[in-house]
Design a protein. Sequence first.
Length: 419
Amino acid sequence: MTVVFAFLCLLLLPVIAEDSTRGGTRRRNDFVVNVDAFGAVGDGVADDTQAFLGAWQQACSSPKSVFLVPEGQRYRVNATKFVGPCTDTIVIQIDGTVVAPDDPQSWDPRDQRAWLAFHNLSMAAFQGNGVIDGSGSKWWAASCKKNKTNPCRAAPTAFTIESSSSIRVKGLTIQNGQQINFAVSRSDSVRVTGLKVTSPEDSPNTDGIHISESTKVLLQNCKIGTGDDCISIVSASSSIRMKNIYCGPGHGISIGSIGKNNSTGRVEKGGSGFVRSVRYQRVTMENVSNPIIIDQFYCDSPTACQNQTSAVEISRIMFQDITGTSRTKEAIKFACSDTVPCTDIYLKDINLQGEDAKVETFCNSVSGSQLGFVQPSAECLSASNSSTTTIREGEEVWATENHLSTIISDEEPPGFTNS
Ligand SMILES: *[C@@H]1O[C@H](CO)[C@@H](O)[C@H](O)[C@H]1NC(C)=O
Ligand SMILES: *[C@@H]1O[C@H](CO)[C@@H](O)[C@H](O)[C@H]1NC(C)=O
Ligand SMILES: *[C@@H]1O[C@H](CO)[C@@H](O)[C@H](O)[C@H]1NC(C)=O
Ligand SMILES: *[C@@H]1O[C@H](CO)[C@@H](O)[C@H](O)[C@H]1NC(C)=O
Ligand SMILES: *[C@@H]1O[C@H](CO)[C@@H](O)[C@H](O)[C@H]1NC(C)=O
Ligand SMILES: *[C@@H]1O[C@H](CO)[C@@H](O)[C@H](O)[C@H]1NC(C)=O
Ligand SMILES: *[C@@H]1O[C@H](CO)[C@@H](O)[C@H](O)[C@H]1NC(C)=O
Ligand SMILES: *[C@@H]1O[C@H](CO)[C@@H](O)[C@H](O)[C@H]1NC(C)=O
């Protein structure tokens, strides 16, 4: 009898201690679900995958919850899908470090596309001072770009937000991605502020932020230094706005690259689709390859790519207030296909200098115009055709401002609490 009673007490104690809620505590109006309460060890060695999944299930099915990764700890988590929809708004508070297992051999060979992937969420906020670390070094060494004898295989994207809407990401650090560091895919209304992304300059295909099939995305006050594109935007994306971005080292801000199929596993070769209404504003580049690049021919596969028969249709792109240094001669490169020209491409107040040599602008099959001071000059933009609309100084180019106002405003989206 005593034994049974003691056993019951043991079962009940943690529940009472945690404010009559299973595996969580209530803080103000939020229901906080700490991964530690689900058995996470946080020593960087133990496998904390199950604890994260358990905590996710609890948090996602509770109203006004906070999924908490506490600070000062290092949690090792396998490739995991965190799937919504959740009952209510959810805050993913990452204050500690989440690390991936570093050995590619230990990954499930059937699913090597993503490490931490959040699917089908609505009204979710990712925030905190924590670090998401893909531990990518062994993946980089196994890349065919590092060693031609290696087979070309896609490596995981470290952090993915997919098929989601009304998402806020604030303040996190994402580093050492196995391949792409942060992907926003098939999502709308995504606001990313104060994000830091770092991967070594010689790590292959480690794009900073990769946006595909998404609309209404705002990136603001981000610092990105990787081995590949700072920010890349591909098929079926529109109303993207970037403001106060620092890029370097790495490549520039790229639009429409195709033929990355085997390396980043994201874009179909010869993939069709569109990218439109994108505005870059106040971007600083330091020692970056092709700081501004639109490339419909881009192909980094080890075997030669065929010329594309169809390409991503690219229009209404504004580059404004872009300054810094280019590592390559072509500081600005618009390589558009003859079958699908790029239209309405605008440059305004650009100052890109070479590290030591003169830099230039390359144009193929592109139309648009330049305003204000543009260095290197891009006469080739307006020269290629005069049929498209020209804009005057000070004129707003397109109406994405309105569409974006909801995510651009400094007010927090409804339902979110600051912490
Ligand atoms: C995504 O969530 C919506 C509800 O928000 C649901 O109807 C749909 O089935 C979910 N899709 C997937 C693939 O889980
Ligand atoms: C995490 O990966 C390791 C190595 O493959 C495996 O032994 C372990 O079972 C995985 N954990 C979970 C919860 O699947
Ligand atoms: C490339 O990989 C092969 C086979 O794994 C290995 O023998 C060779 O030493 C590697 N080369 C370099 C430069 O690392
Ligand atoms: C891409 O990978 C596939 C297998 O995934 C392979 O058959 C194909 O030859 C590769 N293409 C290139 C251009 O490397
Ligand atoms: C590359 O694209 C082709 C079709 O476009 C697809 O069948 C193949 O699975 C892709 N390969 C990789 C590695 O993503
Ligand atoms: C720019 O990058 C190149 C290649 O990594 C490097 O050799 C050079 O020193 C860098 N220049 C500056 C000014 O950082
Ligand atoms: C592909 O098209 C480009 C631009 O028109 C041309 O310079 C290049 O030679 C072509 N490549 C092949 C393999 O046809
Ligand atoms: C430029 O105009 C010519 C003739 O009007 C047209 O055939 C061509 O496709 C246009 N090129 C671009 C880049 O718009």
